[in-house]
Structures are given as structure tokens and as C-alpha cells.
Write a protein that binds this ligand. Structure first.
Ligand code: GDP
Length: 534
């Protein structure tokens, strides 16, 4: 992917790194695949198979994903388009694996939010949106499935504004709906783009474009559609928000695109507009102040670790987001948290199931590095001997808890090894009860299916059978206070005090009432929903 004639600065400036987020089934996988199609990274769409037929998408990896037809892990897809180098951080579709998505959003410079036009903003979109909001990254909206009956576009815009609390600016407007969906009006160019069927979405949709004032549009659309379009646009111009680039880049205004990922209508205009608005990598906060991506010293942080991704490559990969400087294969870097030198010998990039060895990579890129068990999520790697550390990656609150044991006590060593590795990957959180003589582990996960993955992986990768005893807790809070003392800290009967892996006091609650009670009884303690990884 490297073009030697481009300077380092040009390479940085052509990078666009983003994640696509959505509630399951809104069309994220389909849109991702269509972006690959337009980028020439795949020749024909259709690798995304119906979940019902138990087949799997281009970005699915693990056996369990194939078996259940869901996407458990995130992958990174890179391709070139119109002089841009695009990195799409693909994220798991199933909400039970959303912690992985939360973390992936830490490595993205912007997000594309896909919404199903018949459903509007759904629960999972809302949660993922909050994470984007917390980071202040630009959020683009793609309202999908316009080829089917859906809600009124104006109603969908109000939904976004009311449920998510973000203003919106429609970049284009649908011409016709449902079976009559013919294309979109590009508001900034005042140009219509009518599509014909790209072979049921398998190939690129060709567009007829023209000016809105062009007389032929009335013939092409028919009088009714034409009038509806003119009325809609008038209303938007009067009542809608103005286009404001600063607000978009600060994540305060979302540009909205209408389209159909399945039939490719509106995909290309979306991609082009999106690429023009979104920015190359920006400076990132660190303990030494913001680090500019165009700084020549190499640096990056690990946002995801995954063991044994593919049965044919049984290994562990750490995903590194490059933040500054040029990466070169074989370079030796400083692993800041461990204060050690590490040689990055076999860095990889990903396109679905293929892995490629990369020679060079630039800020905005994600590379996979072989991890012999030394990295943790949030670790910084940098070139010079400085003590640069990027801001930690938050630990998002698990919502399900269980005690786990191994069925065979002789396998205890493998059991602990597996648990430690899975916890380092961030897919489970491990807690202990302080001062409890019997050894027991409490595991917290964001979605219940993660227990299944835990059981499956411990059996398949470590040969350990486990018993999972579910606990009734639903909420977690990290306690911030001076001199925490379990014997004097007042909790309700149904609350449990545990310690996280950093031996930090943590409370597990069954209901929100207890959280309020505990807050009331311990006024000098702060109960936090998100904690930072050490
Ligand atoms: P994800 O769970 O968000 O990744 O959703 P998928 O991309 O797997 O899509 C879910 C279902 O919606 C699949 O059956 C797709 O074929 C279908 N779908 C996706 N985009 C469209 C679209 O634009 N129009 C229609 N009619 N169906 C779509």
C-alpha cells in the first residue's frame, strides 16, 4: 500500500480512519462491504450472507462466529479510494460484544452511524453514540434501507435529535421512498443523482446526475415526486439547521445521508462527501501533551488484543493504532508501561481473512503485532526513549456477573492462564473478593454471550471445562475515596464488595436503588461507572 513517491506528510494526510456503528441488522456489514466494492477491494458484493443461512461475512473470523452466524470480533479493513487511504474499523454486530466496539471507537477518528429507516435510533446505536460523544469525534449518519417502506425522513431527523441529542444536517435527501426510491438530491451541489439497479447491488450503481432546475427531472421523476421533492427541500431550507463544518468536526452536528446499502443507492455520494468532510488523524492527548501525527517520532497505543483469532494461526495479536511517525517493519520500539525495548518483526495488516505483512505504515493505520504475552490494552509503544503515554482506554461497565470454577482442579494452571489471557484481551473482567480464604473468581461481561465465548475458548484453546454460576448483579461501580476500608464502608444486604485486577475496590449491585442507598450512606465516596485501565 505504500507509494514511495509520497512524502510522509502526504501519507498522513491521505489517511481516514473510522468505525461503523449500528444496532444489529441496520446494515453495517452490508454498507462496509459496499464501501469495499467501491474501493475496488472486492470485485463483487454478496459475501455477506444472510445470518439465517448460517453463513458468515467477510470480516468474521472465529469458529464460534461461523457456528452462530454472528460477528464476535472486530477487524480492520484498509483500501485506497480517490487518493485517500481508508481504514475501516469493523466492529462486532451483536450487542453482547459491544465492549469490543467501545474499545475500537478509541482508535477511530470518526464514526459512521447506520440507522434502519423503518426503525429509527435503536438501543445499541444509542449506547455506541454515547461513546463517540464522550470522545468528541465527528459522527456521520447513514439512514439505510430507503428501498423499503420506512418512516418519514423528517421524523427520522427528529428522532436523531431527540433521542441522541445531536443536531443534524441532511447532506442529501431521498427522491421517492420504498419501491419508488429513485435516488438522492445532493443539497450542496443542488444536484440530483438517480440510480439504476447495480445488478441487485452486486456491482457499482450507475447514476444519472443533473441540476435540480433541469427540466428533464420532472419527466424523469413524474410530477408527484418532483413536487414532493421541491416541497421537502423548501421545508428543510427554512426549518433545518445550517451546514457548519466546525460543529460537524466537533461532533455537535451530524451530516445525514439517505441511501440503500443493499441496492448501492447513495453509497458513492455518501463515501465521497464523507471523505471530503472527515479529517486525517488529529493530535492525540498524552501525559506529555497533545502529540501531532506529523511528528516524525513513531508512537501508537494498543486498543485491542486477541488470542488465537484463526485456528490456522494460533497466536495472539495486539492491535496497535499508530498515532505519529512512520512505522517500519523490524523497528525496535520502547514499550513504555514495561520500560522495555521490543522489536516489531512481523507486523500485519488485515483484509478480512487475509493477513499481509506490512513494511511501512503511517499515523491512522492499524497494525497487528505478534504478542508473546507482554502487551496490555492501553499500552503505549514509541520510538524514542521518552516516557510518552497515551491516555488509558476506559473499562466499560460489565452488566452480567458469574462465579467460575474449573471442573477439574488439576487443570487449575491452564484455567488461570486462559482467564488471564482473556482478561488481557478485555473480553472479560476478573474480580476477587478481598479477604476470602477460598479461591474463587468472579467474572463480569458486557453481554451474556461472552460467557459462552469464555466457556468455548477455555475448552478449545486451553482444554479446560468450567462451571459458570451466574450471579444476580447488574451494575458495577468503582469506588473512589481516600483510605477505603471494607469494615467501615456501609453497603446494602444485596451488594457485594470485590476488587478488580488492580486491587481497586469495586461494588456490584443488583438494582439502582441500592446504588443510591450506598451513595447516601458513604458521602465521602465517589462511585464511578467507567474506570481507566492502568
Ligand atoms: P448488520 O447487523 O448491521 O451488520 O446488518 P447487515 O448488513 O447484516 O444487514 C441486515 C439485513 O438487512 C440483511 O438481511 C441485509 O441484506 C439487509 N439490508 C442491509 N441493507 C439493506 C438495504 O439497504 N435495504 C434492504 N432492503 N435490506 C438491507
Amino acid at each position: 500500500m505504500s507509494e514511495e513517491n509520497l512524502s510522509f506528510i502526504d501519507q498522513v494526510r491521505k489517511r481516514r480512519t473510522f468505525a461503523i456503528i449500528s444496532h444489529p441488522d441496520a446494515g453495517k456489514t452490508t454498507l462496509t462491504e459496499k464501501l469495499l466494492l467501491y474501493g475496488g477491494a472486492i470485485r463483487s458484493a454478496g459475501a455477506v450472507k444472510s445470518r439465517r443461512s448460517q453463513k458468515y461475512a467477510v470480516s468474521d473470523w472465529m469458529e464460534i462466529e461461523k457456528q452462530r452466524g454472528i460477528s464476535v470480533t472486530s477487524s480492520v479493513l484498509q483500501f485506497d479510494y480517490n487518493g485517500f487511504c481508508i481504514n475501516i474499523l469493523d466492529t462486532p454486530g451483536h450487542q453482547d460484544f459491544s465492549e469490543d466496539t467501545y474499545r475500537t471507537l478509541m482508535a477511530a477518528d470518526s464514526a459512521v452511524m447506520v440507522i434502519d429507516c423503518s426503525k429509527g435510533v435503536e438501543a445499541q446505536t444509542k449506547k455506541l453514540f454515547q461513546v463517540c460523544k464522550m470522545r468528541g469525534i465527528p459522527i456521520f449518519t447513514f439512514i439505510n434501507k430507503l428501498d423499503r417502506a420506512g418512516r418519514d425522513p423528517f421524523e427520522l431527523l427528529s428522532d436523531i435529535e431527540e433521542v441522541l441529542g445531536i443536531r443534524s444536517y441532511p447532506m442529501n435527501w431521498p427522491i421517492g421512498r420504498d419501491k419508488d426510491f429513485k435516488g438522492v438530491l445532493n443539497r450542496q451541489k443542488n444536484q440530483f443523482e438517480l440510480f439504476n439497479d447495480g445488478n441487485h447491488g452486486q456491482s457499482i450503481a450507475k447514476a444519472i446526475t443533473g441540476d435540480l432546475s433541469d427540466e428533464k427531472i420532472s419527466d424523469l421523476l413524474g410530477q408527484n415526486l418532483h413536487e414532493q421533492l421541491l416541497n421537502d427541500i423548501e421545508l428543510l431550507d427554512i426549518a433545518g439547521d445550517d451546514y457548519n463544518l466546525d460543529q460537524i468536526l466537533n461532533g455537535e452536528l451530524t451530516p445525514v445521508f439517505f441511501g440503500s446499502a443493499l441496492t448501492n443507492f447513495g453509497v458513492q455520494p455518501f463515501l465521497e462527501s464523507f471523505l471530503n468532510i472527515t479529517t486525517p488523524p488529529k493530535p492525540r492527548a498524552s501525559n506529555l501533551g497533545p502529540i501531532h501525527p506529523e511528528t516524525t517520532n513513531f508512537s501508537g497505543f494498543i486498543f485491542k488484543i486477541q488470542a488465537n483469532m484463526n485456528p490456522t494461526h494460533r497466536d495472539r495479536i495486539a492491535f496497535l493504532r499508530i498515532c505519529s511517525g512512520k512505522f517500519e517493519k523490524g523497528m525496535t520500539v520502547n514499550h513504555v508501561q514495561e520500560n522495555k525495548k521490543v522489536r516489531l518483526a512481523q507486523p500485519q495488516q488485515f483484509l478480512a481473512q487475509d493477513r499481509m505483512i506490512v513494511d511501512t505504515a503511517y499515523p491512522g493505520d492499524i497494525i497487528g503485532i505478534h504478542d508473546p504475552g507482554i502487551f496490555k490494552i492501553g499500552d503505549t509503544l514509541c520510538q524514542d526513549g521518552s516516557k510518552l503515554q497515551y491516555e488509558g482506554i476506559p473499562v466499560f461497565a460489565p452488566e452480567h456477573f458469574a462465579k467460575i470454577f474449573t471442573k477439574n482442579s488439576l487443570k487449575r494452571k491452564q484455567f488461570l492462564k486462559g482467564i488471564t489471557q482473556l482478561s488481557e484481551e478485555g473480553s472479560i473482567q476478573v474480580y476477587k473478593r478481598p479477604n476470602i480464604g477460598v479461591e474463587e473468581l468472579i467474572v463480569g461481561v458486557v453481554g451474556v454471550l461472552q460467557f459462552e465465548v469464555l466457556e468455548y475458548r477455555l475448552k478449545n484453546e486451553y482444554g479446560v471445562d468450567i462451571i459458570i454460576e451466574k450471579l444476580p448483579y447488574r451494575y458495577i461501580r468503582w469506588v473512589e475515596m481516600d483510605n477505603f476500608d471494607q469494615s467501615t464502608f456501609s453497603i446494602t444486604m444485596d451488594t457485594m464488595i470485590v476488587e478488580d485486577e488492580d486491587e481497586h475496590p469495586v461494588l456490584l449491585f443488583q438494582n439502582e436503588w441500592s446504588i443510591d442507598q450506598v451513595k447516601d450512606r458513604n458521602k465521602n465516596a465517589l462511585l464511578k461507572e467507567i474506570s481507566l485501565r492502568k
